[in-house]
Design a protein around this ligand. Sequence first.
Ligand code: GRF
Length: 193
Amino acid sequence: MTPKLAVLVSGTGSLLEAMKKDGLPIDLVLADRHCRGFDEIAAGAGITRELVLRPKGMGELSRVEYTQRVCDVLLAHEIGLVAMAGFMTIFSRRMFFHYGERVLNAHPSLLPSFKGEHAVRDALAYGVKMTGCTVHVATEKLDAGPIIAQEAVPVLEGDTEAVLHERIKTVERILYPKTIRAYGSSPTFRTTP
Ligand code: GRF
């Protein structure tokens, strides 16, 4: 894969772990907080790390400032492709000014159904029998960018949010690294916004 890849995490980092296992070259892991993905997975794998702590109670102004700080770090590392993997901060427009369509996100539902932070809980509450995961290009709008890949996952009798999310993540751990690799090596991949 040609572009330098940054993976952004805020949580357990099992998708990051899967990318590493897949052999995807990861040039940088950036986190907005201390978390397992940053403190254990990235540190344990010896990947270059940057912690850009998110201010508490982030308003619109600090969101813009925060996004600029993240962009500065990514640009300083000459990152060409950004993969959000459980990253819990929404960026302002500046990220897309710098990176255009080179920011990817994984989401644990079949978008456009069940956008937002509680996708798995919302799918269970709705009573769908089939859900899944989506890899899409991130935009300013939450979970709304162009879809690159999707895979369906069944909801089973007695599923809890944790059990269903783990079943979805098992699929994401294969689909996301594969999709990032294909996207980054595509002849139409643009290194400018
Ligand atoms: C994944 O389900 C991803 O779709 C969502 O956050 C989860 C990340 O899981 N955006 P992990 O922190 O990599 O285990």
